[in-house]
Design a protein around this ligand. Structure first.
Ligand code: NDP
Ligand code: OXD
Length: 305
């Protein structure tokens, strides 16, 4: 197991010991590679998974598994299960709703005014005025779409294959991206990190949005070009942004993004279920696999997510 370092391991161990006492759980660096059946990892050092000859299944400690699959020796023939415990999508929905309302009500502006003890009143748009476009209508995007609609936002989505979600118009594939962007006053990125999505959130894409559009990225840092986002905020093409993910993480303390008055930064916490929930889910999956039932959310090497 490698997720959260040795301190994190103690917590995983405590929960797994309580939930599945028959499992023999060892820290990544202490385990004999030849004796490992299941690995739970977030960002393993390259080559180590490939050196585990008896490995039956890999569990990602997060829903996104790009830090695992970037290993050139990643064993593509072994199932890689994405972390999708029942509460994960709800937490992402919570985050996206918070971020959308934060942008709508100009939360960053109010926080900066408060820090200066300045009483500054202003009126804002209302949720039905803001057309939200979600890039990625998977586990996370679908839940966020339903919750945003509950707040009164009109919602549409963009995905690789067609999705039929209640009340959500879906724009499918590269050919529909322009049409999707043209009607997106607020873009929410919940895409996986793949060759097709890296660098997608840059100047060229922002130019296709309505002027002053808002941006939330809780997908992956490699999808955004941070200097382009800062330039678009300075220039007014973007009216505000909330970013949860960066490349690399953590974001450097001297990065100019921290101080931008139109940008809110969160430290990759959009959907971070407690270890207890994730341990329960992993223990349940292992019990299922041992009984011949494979989990659904398995990485597809052909698609890259
Ligand atoms: P899913 O695999 O369930 O969904 C991915 C969605 O993106 C699908 O709708 C897929 O289309 C779409 N997609 C993929 N590639 C493209 C493309 N090239 N063009 C258009 N659409 C595309 O993933 P999840 O919803 O579980 O998670 C998405 C990502 O969110 C994760 O990979 C991770 O990076 C990030 N994440 C971030 C967290 C955080 O705390 N910040 C927490 C959890 C996840 P299709 O439906 O056709 O397959
Ligand atoms: C992720 C996660 O994939 O935290 O980012 O689940």
């Amino acid at each position: 197991m490698k997720s959260g370092g040795r301190a994190g391991f103690e917590e995983w161990l405590e929960h797994l010991a309580a939930l599945a006492p028959a499992l023999r759980v060892q820290y990544w660096e202490d385990a004999d590679p030849a004796a490992v059946d299941y690995a739970l990892v977030w960002d393993p050092e390259p080559g180590r998974l490939a050196a585990m000859p008896g490995l039956r299944c890999i569990f990602g400690a997060g829903a996104g598994v790009d830090l695992i699959t970037r290993d050139p020796d990643f064993p593509r023939h072994i199932p890689l299960v994405r972390m999708t415990p029942p509460g994960a999508a709800q937490r992402m929905g919570d985050y996206v709703c918070w971020a959308a309302l934060h942008l709508l009500r100009q939360g960053r502006r109010m926080a900066l005014s408060q820090a200066r003890a300045v009483w500054e009143d202003f009126s804002c748009a209302s949720a039905p005025d803001i057309r939200v476009g979600i890039m990625g209508l998977g586990v996370m995007g679908a839940r966020a779409a339903a919750m945003l609609q509950g707040l009164g936002f009109p919602v549409h989505g963009w995905s690789r294959s067609e999705k039929r979600l209640p009340g959500v118009t879906d724009f499918v594939g590269e050919a529909a991206l322009d049409d999707f962007l043209r009607v997106s006053d607020l873009v929410v990125c919940l895409l996986p990190d793949t060759l097709a999505t890296q660098g997608i959130l840059g100047t060229a894409l922002f130019a296709r949005l309505p002027r002053g559009a808002l941006l939330i990225n809780a997908g992956r840092g490699r999808q955004q070009i941070l200097p382009d986002i800062l330039a678009a905020l300075d220039e007014g093409q973007l009216g505000g942004a909330v970013l949860d993910v960066f490349d690399p993480e953590p974001l450097a303390a001297d990065d100019p993004a921290w101080g931008h008055p139109l940008l809110t930064i969160t430290p990759h916490v959009a959907s971070l279920p407690p270890r207890r929930e994730r341990a329960a889910w992993v223990a349940g999956c292992i019990a299922g696999i041992e009984a011949g039932h494979w989990p659904e959310k398995v990485y597809n090497p052909g698609l890259g997510y």
